[in-house]
Design a protein around this ligand. Structure first.
Ligand SMILES: Cc1cc2nc3c(=O)[nH]c(=O)nc-3n(C[C@H](O)[C@H](O)[C@H](O)COP(=O)(O)OP(=O)(O)OC[C@H]3O[C@@H](n4cnc5c(N)ncnc54)[C@H](O)[C@@H]3O)c2cc1C
Length: 460
């Protein structure tokens, strides 16, 4: 009997889907590669027991296992590049507990991030990590990628909100890692190791999250500037004035042009950069911060400041920023959205550097991003993913980013697409050290193989 039939015997015929149509549904993710990577079978676990059975079977038979949440990875992280079993968590979406008193929640990994936001906000609570994909990504995927988002400037990223994880290792062993308490230092911090491990160390089956009280007041501004430099200098002065906004998003001239019909009407024609600025907290603190910030923006040559008067206006001010990537994808055959991070004050130089790469390689690009934490999305626009110019542009971008003291990934992870570039940022010894850690957790190399580590350093 072949392994698929044996797995069906263990889990039941209806739980193991190997029909072509179903496998092809999971052959792509948001990296939008031309080549499909269908898994051999798709399993939709309904609880811990199913995952244990899959992981026991897969370890024994040496079959790859790829965990998958919403499939919104932009680095090919959720592709079954070596086939095998895809574990899709769309049946494990329960919120098991929300405890307002302990500021804590327990969830299954498949819950959609935006759905969880609504559930906690209805109780006056707040879960800050807000990847732009929050309507379709899952909390399990956010943990595996250590997802960030616009609010990371003030509130940090996913890793700052994970208290405890239930994780299943190859072979079916289950551990609870961390504690459901706000503090603990008992032993190594394996929660931090698992967060951002891109499904290569263990399968996450339950997440205990830290929550915050929901900030009672929020204000949103859209500020037009004559240059990226002016916007960046204003941001420095905002910090020096003791203000920590919840969000500081930047769009450059080209990004503005891409979504021109979504920007507020009559933007000043000299606008070369837009900042979206949000402050939250108690109402009186927010109004003091707003007043001071407006002075700083005008001091740095702001052309216009628009302030949202209600939720509808807030959504409209955000529309342009949220539309950049979808609009690029509608206008260009291929878009590669890079998530480079720089020391924040180098953002103007980083944008200049990116446009130099455009000039030198002929690959058009545009930039936008989370200027407050130095995270710049450089979007390469091209027709053919095999075009050597694209590879050249990527390599130049990564090398220059690292030389400037930055990193090649601030939120999307390394996955499948970036693995050959990891060595630009990390020396071979450090990569080997991480591979040794991987071997301890996954000696047979069955978990999400073909990801994270450069090919020429051996398969794992
Ligand atoms: C339009 C768009 C906007 C985006 N904006 C942001 C953004 O603002 N910030 C940001 O950080 N990212 C962003 N992303 C990237 C992506 O949404 C995130 O990486 C997200 O965390 C992936 O979640 P997912 O549920 O879709 O995971 P998937 O794509 O399904 O999987 C991602 C990785 O997680 C692993 N994984 C999934 N579930 C589990 C599990 N239960 N156990 C172990 N491993 C698991 C997978 O194996 C894979 O390696 C964006 C993507 C798109 C398409």
């Amino acid at each position: 009997m072949d392994w698929v039939s044996r797995l069906k015997q263990i889990l039941g015929e209806d739980r193991v889907r190997d029909d072509e149509a179903h496998r092809m549904q999971y052959a792509h993710d948001e990296s939008r590669l031309d080549q499909p990577y269908p898994p051999d079978v798709v399993v939709h676990p309904t609880g811990l027991e199913d995952v244990i059975q899959v992981m026991t079977f897969a370890e024994k038979e040496k079959i790859p296992v790829v965990p998958r949440g919403g499939g919104t990875s932009v680095t090919g992280g959720s592709l079954a590049v070596h086939g095998g079993i895809m574990l899709v968590f769309d049946q494990m979406t329960e919120i098991k507990e929300i405890s307002p008193g302990d500021l804590m929640a327990v969830v299954q990994p498949g819950i959609v991030t935006g759905v969880f936001h609504q559930a906690v906000e209805a109780l006056g609570l707040f879960y800050p990590p807000d990847p732009a994909s929050l309507d379709s990504c899952s909390l399990g995927g956010n943990v595996a990628e250590n997802a960030g988002g616009p609010r990371a400037l003030k509130y940090g990223v996913t890793k700052h909100y994970i208290l405890e994880l239930e994780v299943v290792l190859p072979g079916g062993t289950v551990y609870r890692v961390g504690r459901p308490t706000k503090k603990w230092v008992a032993g190594y911090d394996l929660v931090s190791l698992l967060v951002g491990s891109e499904g290569t160390l263990g399968v996450i089956t339950e997440i205990t999250l830290r929550l915050l009280p929901r900030p009672p007041h929020l204000e949103t501004l859209l500020v037009s500037f004559p240059s990226v430099q002016a916007a960046s200098q204003a941001v420095t002065d905002i910090f020096l004035a003791g203000i920590l906004p919840r969000t500081l998003e930047l769009m450059d001239r080209k990004a503005i042009d891409v979504v021109r019909e979504k920007t507020p009407p009559n933007l000043p024609p000299e606008t070369d950069a837009i900042l979206i600025f949000e402050v939250d907290g108690q109402e009186h603190e927010v109004s003091v911060d707003l007043e001071r910030s407006a002075e700083i923006f005008f001091k740095h040559g702001a052309l216009e400041i628009l302030m949202a008067q209600n939720e509808g206006e807030r959504a409209r001010l955000w529309e342009a920023r949220r539309s950049v990537l979808p609009s690029l994808e509608a206008q260009y055959p291929k878009v590669r959205s890079e998530d480079l991070v720089f020391p924040r004050t180098l953002i103007p130089q980083a944008i200049e550097m990116a446009y130099e790469v455009e000039q030198q390689t002929g690959v058009p690009l545009c930039t936008f991003g989370h200027i407050g934490d130095g995270n710049l999305h450089v979007n390469l626009l091209f027709e053919d993913e095999e075009d050597p110019k694209v590879e050249k542009a990527l390599r130049m971008l990564y090398e220059r980013t690292v030389t400037m003291g930055g990193t090649i990934s601030g939120e999307h992870g390394i996955g499948f697409l970036k693995k050959k570039y990891l060595a630009i940022e990390q020396p071979p010894g450090l990569i080997q050290l991480q591979k040794a850690i991987k071997r301890v957790w996954d000696p047979g190399g069955i978990l999400n193989p073909g990801k994270l580590f450069p090919e020429n350093m051996g398969r794992l």
